[in-house]
Design a protein around this ligand. Structure first.
Ligand code: HEC
Ligand code: HEC
Length: 619
């Protein structure tokens, strides 16, 4: 099987539309560009010859991928927050919406436009869609949190990447099974994309490394490009190498590699960096050793680039500079030819500024250009890591619903999102910061940030807080089944006590009134713990997609939280529950949230923008 896969990869046909996931896709005739506008909830169609936006169509909550369906004049878009794949006619607009598994992210299509393959971040599956029949024909298991996807040129297999491990899997399309895996290093993280070489059996994955042992502006986050040899080799020979992009441009550091593209002849490689607004053009080698060497220096492009594509001739390069809301058109050497505004702005100025700061590793956020807030909080999600912070091991939480769950941090040592000025100016980012003047200093591991009112001091800092507070809570794909409803009763019972601390619509008793509600639930036992054993009660909304559990990630599963990690019944009473009851309690936790929590509670902070209403196509 594998040998035939390699043979056909080597006979690969030229690049075609929709062969790897992206926010951009060029139609097979090279005339049109489809664009997914993630923030504004629309898709756009651009005429590449006249360099004009022709249409902008409503799409929904976070479109994350587009792909043309062959030469049909149709393209498909994955809508991450709505669990939908929308079908568009480039001229007439929306045709059809197909409900799919949760969190559809990347999409690729076969060259004849008959099938589409879609990755689902959670639950980690791939859907096969019959485009003419408008239905999901098969679902494959692909590994947790898969995002990147590329279709082999012979269309017999697909390659997908896991977001939190950067593992690459080959899935054989005949059997629907994983046939091969290229693991990354333990610290490899955040792989959203994979692209295949058009002529040789190689895959390129842009990602970072999260070195959780370091808490340092220069040692925690590393930009990488991994290259996988997609053929069988003796066991002792490497099939995956990683280029350290931090030293790729000598001392000029780039941050958050997001996506890569190859020229149709495979001779040039283009890599874009979303944290420093720049990119590299490299020449590729066929030696399976050096792989790539940059041509010239890193090139500055627009703000927060997230997608890159080439035209079928390889003479033009398209970069989606997402925070400019425009696609830059460049020649093959990155000389700028034009910029086309692709979406009409609908978000507030403050939110946009907040997003720009959150995504940026440039001054004033960092001085060393290595780390952005988003390197650890990708679009408000966890990075799936437990960091060895000075105060102890700390899991990165999801930031969803943050505006309602202050105070912040597991130890509640911050009471405003503006307090993250301490992170910006601290050892982790070493930025100049967004305010003037010194910050209060205190003893190590004291909650110093609580003593200073940071809100209202700087427009930029307030904008960062507004953005950080506004990540929306999305419904769980796990249904509130009858079993989960029995679990709900157990959760609310006086005996288990769960609802005593995990209370209200956000399932936490976190509140800004002092003294804060902190609890010792028997978990603060880590050898390097400096601020325990009492912790702020975490929200349980979205907990289904957030392993490992507890502040230091010591519990691998929700069942472990209730059993092995709760030996003395200090964290609610669970020892009296039968196995079946424990399973029902877990089923309830996984179903959270099964309804939208309120947009305002007595604990909702002021610097908070109500949830954005995404435009949606009319069915
Ligand atoms: C190196 C990774 C890393 C970077 C960079 C980082 N964070 Fe965090 N963040 C974490 C971890 C780990 C936690 C949990 C720490 C804790 O609770 O004590 C956290 C917690 C938070 C929380 C509290 C969430 C809650 O529910 O209590 C907020 C808000 C936050 N970060 C915002 C930011 C902002 C804004 C930036 C940029 C200025 C930033 N972070 C940079 C890793 C990071
Ligand atoms: C006395 C208050 C209290 C009670 C009672 C309580 N919890 Fe918690 N819960 C907490 C605190 C505090 C944490 C954080 C502890 C830590 O991270 O070390 C937590 C953490 C959790 C987590 C992990 C969340 C994450 O993101 O990692 C889950 C799940 C959870 N609790 C479920 C429950 C269930 C189910 C019950 C009832 C059996 C329960 N809790 C009872 C206060 C409580």
């Amino acid at each position: 099987m594998l040998r035939s896969l390699i043979a056909s990869l080597l006979l690969a046909s030229p690049l075609f539309a929709g062969a790897s996931n992206s926010l951009l896709d060029v139609s097979p005739d090279g005339k049109l560009l489809a664009v997914a506008n993630t923030d504004n909830g629309t898709v756009s169609v651009v005429d590449l010859k006249s360099r004009k936006k022709l249409h902008e169509f409503p799409c929904g909550d976070h479109p994350e991928g587009v792909a043309w369906a062959g030469k049909s004049g149709m393209f498909l878009a994955t809508v991450y927050g709505d669990d939908t794949v929308h079908f568009y006619d480039a001229a007439k607009g929306h045709q059809f919406g197909l409900t799919v598994d949760d969190e559809p992210y990347g999409i690729v299509t076969t060259a004849d436009g008959k099938f589409a393959y879609v990755t689902h971040d959670y639950p980690g599956t791939v859907s096969e869609i019959d485009i003419a029949a408008r239905k999901v024909t098969r679902t494959f298991q692909a590994g947790p949190n898969c995002r990147g996807i590329a279709l082999a040129a012979d269309e017999k297999s697909i390659f997908v990447t896991e977001f939190f491990t950067t593992k690459l899997h080959a899935i054989d399309l005949a059997s629907g099974k994983i046939t091969d895996t290229w693991p990354g290093y333990g610290s490899d993280n955040l792989a959203r994309h994979v692209v295949l070489h058009p002529k040789r059996p190689k895959a390129y994955i842009s990602h970072i490394r999260s070195r959780v042992e370091a808490h340092d502006a220069r040692g925690s986050i590393f930009p990488q490009l991994s290259i996988c040899d997609l053929w069988e080799k003796p066991k002792d020979e490497k099939r995956r190498r990683s280029i350290a992009l931090d030293t790729y441009n000598d001392v000029y550091v780039i941050t958050n590699p997001w996506e890569a593209a190859l020229s149709p002849d495979g001779k040039k490689l283009y890599t874009i960096y979303a944290g420093t607004n720049d990119m590299n053009v490299s020449k590729t080698f066929d030696d399976d050793y050096r792989e790539a060497e940059r041509i010239g220096r890193a090139t500055r492009i627009g703000r927060h680039p997230r997608a890159i594509r080439l035209n079928p001739e390889g003479t033009e390069v398209y970069v989606y500079n997402t925070l400019d809301r425009s696609v830059g058109i460049y020649d093959a050497d990155m000389k700028s030819l034009a910029a086309i505004t692709v979406t009409e702005e609908v978000r507030s100025k403050e939110w946009l500024r907040g997003k720009e700061l959150f995504q940026s590793a440039l001054p004033p956020m960092g001085s060393a250009r290595w780390i952005a807030c988003s390197s650890c909080h990708p679009d408000g999600l966890t990075d799936g890591r437990v960091w060895h912070n000075p105060e102890g091991h700390r899991k990165t939480p999801n930031l969803f619903g943050l505006g309602h769950t202050h105070p912040l941090h597991w130890s509640a040592d911050r009471d405003e999102s503006q307090d993250f000025e301490y992170t910006i100016r601290g050892k982790l980012m070493r930025g100049r910061g967004l305010t003037d003047g010194p910050l209060k200093l205190g003893k190590a591991f004291e909650a110093i940030a609580l003593a200073e009112k940071m809100g209202g001091r700087s427009k930029d800092l307030d904008a960062l807080a507004l953005y950080t507070n506004a990540f929306p809570v999305r419904l769980s794909p796990h249904k509130l089944t009858d079993g989960a409803k029995r679990g709900q009763k157990l959760f609310a019972s006086a005996e288990t006590q769960c609802a005593k601390c995990h209370t209200g619509a956000y399932y936490t008793d976190s509140q800004l009134k002092k003294p804060f509600n902190l609890h010792d639930v028997g978990t603060g036992l880590g050898a390097d713990e400096k601020m325990g054993p009492k912790y702020d009660t975490p929200t349980l909304l979205g907990v289904y997609r957030l392993p490992n559990y507890l502040h230091d990630g010591r519990a691998a599963t929700l069942m472990d939280v209730l059993t092995t990690q709760n030996p003395g019944d200090q964290h609610g009473k669970t020892s009296h529950l039968k196995k079946e009851e424990l399973e029902e309690l877990v089923a309830f936790l996984k179903a959270l949230p099964f309804e939208k929590p309120p947009e305002e509670t007595p604990n909702t902070v002021k610097d908070f923008e109500k949830e954005f209403r995404y435009p949606r196509p009319k069915e």
